[in-house]
Ligand binder design. Structure first.
Ligand code: SF4
Ligand code: SF4
Length: 223
């Protein structure tokens, strides 16, 4: 990621009204992208926080999967091309009403399937998800929280949109062979978003401005 792209998003330590310290995010350029956001957040973490080795505090929580995670995955990096095949080895599927939710698969004990429980560290750190990469072990401002949620929600929606298209083209109803859990999900419920017009591997070029509403965008641009 070029430095000029990193400079379009600022991540910084701040003190909140209740006296707690945490981090905040400011967008410095109207063309800032998801890739620039993640690069700024990762730089901030590298410069400000100790690494997570020996702590697995957030590796038991729901971790939504997004389109980006397919391209981060070991499956894709060894030449895999099918979302359904990758999800079959990676994902849990739940439903909230009609909405499908794809998350990192859990063990029967509720641990992330990539967690090394003995060492309490990620056994697949190089391939960890966008949700994991963008989680910062600090309180965050409301605008930082809202921006991260908007990116993850749009990334999960786009993953589902592309999965449903892939399954429909293959005449399948699920990413697990012999099941039909996704038959009741309507593709029309997953409208295209800022990730949709891009080739999947260029997800990082999605514009932040197109992923948030006007009120949040104004807040993100404010000093
Ligand atoms: S982000 Fe914080 S809670 Fe999560 S594993 Fe790292 S140090 Fe532990
Ligand atoms: S992928 Fe790694 S960092 Fe992310 S929840 Fe699982 S074990 Fe933790």
């Amino acid at each position: 990621m070029p430095n000029s792209a990193k400079a379009s998003v600022r991540v910084f330590l701040t003190e909140f009204a209740d006296g707690l310290f945490g981090y905040d995010v400011q967008v410095l350029d109207e063309n800032a992208t998801v890739g620039a956001y993640l690069a700024a957040l990762e730089d901030f973490q590298a410069q400000t926080l100790a690494d997570c080795r020996g702590c697995d505090g957030c590796c038991h929580e729901r971790a939504p999967l997004t389109l980006a995670d397919f391209y981060y995955s070991a499956y894709y990096q060894r030449g895999g091309q099918k979302l359904a095949e990758w999800l079959a080895e990676t994902a849990d599927l739940q439903f909230f009403g009609p909405a499908a939710d794809l998350t990192i698969a859990r063990t029967p004990d509720g641990d992330c399937k990539f967690l090394d429980t003995a060492a309490k560290c990620c056994a697949d750190h190089a391939h960890r998800t966008f949700t994991c990469r963008s989680h910062c072990c600090l309180p965050k401002s409301e605008r930082a929280e809202a921006l991260r949620a908007a990116i993850i929600n749009a990334g999960e929606d786009e993953l589902l949109r592309r999965l449903l298209a892939e399954l429909a083209a293959a005449g399948q109803e699920d990413f697990l062979p012999g099941q039909a859990r996704l038959a009741r999900v309507k593709a029309a419920d997953y409208a295209p978003n800022a990730f949709s017009a891009l080739p999947g591997e260029r997800w990082a070029e999605a514009k932040l401005a197109a992923l948030v509403d006007a009120a949040l965008w104004r807040e993100l641009l404010a000093a």
